[in-house]
Design a protein around this ligand. Structure first.
Ligand SMILES: NC(=O)c1ccc[n+]([C@@H]2O[C@H](COP(=O)([O-])OP(=O)(O)OC[C@H]3O[C@@H](n4cnc5c(N)ncnc54)[C@H](OP(=O)(O)O)[C@@H]3O)[C@@H](O)[C@H]2O)c1
Length: 339
C-alpha cells in the first residue's frame, strides 16, 4: 500500500513509500481505507521528535482521517464494512498518512453525511480537543444555552482548535470574544461565530475594556500558555476557569491572582485517553458522533479552509510548512491518492 513516511534513507524529508499490504484488524480495531487526511501541529512535533537514524521501518505520521471501513476485528461491534467514518486516532500508533490504517473503533464515528471526505478529515482532532476541554475538563454544559450572559475568551480563535471552540462556546450560550492578529484571521473568527475579535499582538486588557468588558468567566488559551498567563490572571473573573492545551516553556505561577480568585486551571490533551487506554475512551466515539449530528443539522459548520491536493509527500510537505508558519485559518486537508 502507498504511504507517506519518514525513513532512515530520506531523513529529514517526507517520502512516498510502499508498505506491505495491511493485515486483518485484531480485537476492537477497524481497518480503514483512508480517503482524506488533515494536518495538525502534532505532526510537526512528532516529526521533530523522531530520530530517523533509529527507524527500523518507515514512520507514518498523521492523526486526522476520514475513510471507509474495510474490515473489523473480531471484538469490534460499533461498525460494519462500508461505513464512512472519521477519527483522530492514537498518537502512540502509526499515523493515517497511508492507504490503509488500523484504529480502535472506540475512537471513531460515522462521518457527517453532509460533508465530503476532506471536510470530514479536517474535524476530528480539533473537535475532540475543544469539546473535551470545554465540556469534560471544565464544568461547562453544551446544551440549552446554559451559559447565556457569560463571556468566554478564545486566544488563537482562527486556528484549527479555535475555530471549533468558538462554535461550541456559542452553542453553549456564551458571548465569545476571539483573538486574531490579521484581517483575514479576524474575519474567519467572525465567520465561526465570534461576536468580538481583539488583536493578540497587542495587550488584550485595554482592547477588552474598550468593548466594555472588564472580566471574562472563561478563557481558552489555545496558543501560548506562558505568554498570556499573567494577563489572563487579571482578566478572569473570580471563580472563573482557564483552559490550556499547549505545553508551557517554563514554570507557571499558580498562586495569586489565580489562588485569590479561585480560578480553575484545566488541562486538555486529546491523546490522553488513547495513550493511557482509559476506561472511558469510547467517549471519543460519542463526542464525534454527536458532533457529526450537529454538523448535519447545521448547528456547527466545517472548518476546512483549503485542500492541498492528493495525499503524497510533496503535498504533505507543503501542508506541514504552511502549518508551521502559525498563520493558517481553520484546517488544511489532502484527499485521494495518485494513480
Ligand atoms: N493538548 C491538545 O490536545 C492539543 C490539541 C490540538 C492542538 N494542540 C496545540 O494547540 C496549539 C494550537 O493548535 P491549532 O491546531 O489550533 O493550531 P493552528 O491551526 O496552527 O493555529 C493557527 C492560528 O494560531 C494563531 N496564533 C499564532 N500565534 C499566536 C499567538 N502567539 N497568540 C495567539 N494566537 C496565535 C494564528 O492567528 P493569527 O494568524 O491571527 O495570528 C493562527 O490563526 C498548537 O500548539 C497545538 O500543538 C494541543
Amino acid at each position: 500500500m502507498k504511504a507517506v513516511a519518514l525513513s532512515r534513507e530520506s531523513a529529514p524529508a517526507l517520502r512516498d513509500v510502499h508498505l506491505p499490504p495491511p493485515l486483518p484488524p485484531q480485537g476492537r480495531d477497524l481497518l480503514i481505507r483512508v480517503e482524506a487526511v488533515s494536518v495538525n501541529p502534532v505532526d510537526g512535533k512528532q516529526r521533530a521528535a523522531t530520530d530517523p537514524a533509529t527507524l527500523e521501518v518507515p514512520r507514518v505520521l498523521g492523526w486526522d482521517a476520514s475513510g471507509v471501513v474495510e474490515a473489523i476485528g473480531e471484538e469490534a461491534s460499533l461498525f460494519a464494512s462500508g461505513d464512512e467514518v472519521y477519527y483522530a486516532g492514537d498518537v502512540t500508533r502509526p499515523g493515517c498518512n497511508a492507504q490503509y490504517h488500523w484504529v480502535d473503533e472506540r475512537l471513531v464515528a460515522r462521518k457527517p453525511t453532509t460533508l465530503d471526505f476532506a471536510e470530514a478529515a479536517a474535524l476530528p482532532l480539533t473537535t475532540l480537543t475543544a469539546w473535551e476541554l470545554l465540556f469534560q475538563r471544565m464544568p461547562l454544559q453544551l446544551d440549552d444555552r446554559r451559559h447565556a450572559g457569560q463571556r468566554l475568551l478564545v486566544i488563537g480563535g482562527a486556528g484549527g482548535v479555535g475555530s471549533m471552540a468558538i462554535q461550541l462556546a456559542r452553542h453553549a450560550g456564551f458571548e465569545v470574544i476571539a483573538t486574531a492578529s490579521r484581517e483575514s484571521s479576524s474575519n474567519w473568527c467572525r465567520q465561526m461565530g465570534a461576536q468580538h475579535v481583539v488583536d493578540h499582538s497587542q495587550p488584550l486588557r485595554p482592547q477588552l475594556q474598550a468593548l466594555g468588558v472588564d472580566t471574562v468567566q472563561v478563557a481558552l488559551n489555545l496558543a501560548d500558555t506562558d505568554h498570556y498567563w499573567d494577563e489572563l490572571g487579571q482578566l478572569l473573573a473570580p471563580q472563573g476557569h482557564v483552559g490550556l492545551i499547549v505545553e508551557p516553556r517554563g514554570a507557571l505561577r499558580i498562586g495569586d491572582p489565580y489562588k485569590a480568585k479561585c480560578i480553575g486551571i484545566h488541562w486538555e490533551f486529546m491523546f490522553a485517553r488513547s495513550r493511557f487506554a482509559t476506561a472511558d475512551c469510547i467517549e471519543q466515539h460519542r463526542i464525534l458522533s454527536r458532533a457529526a449530528s450537529m454538523l448535519d443539522a447545521g448547528q456547527l459548520r466545517g472548518t476546512l479552509s483549503e485542500t492541498l491536493g492528493t495525499i503524497n509527500a510533496a503535498n504533505l510537505e507543503i501542508a506541514h510548512q504552511r502549518l508551521a508558519s502559525g498563520r493558517t485559518l481553520g484546517k488544511l486537508a489532502l484527499a485521494g491518492w495518485d494513480d
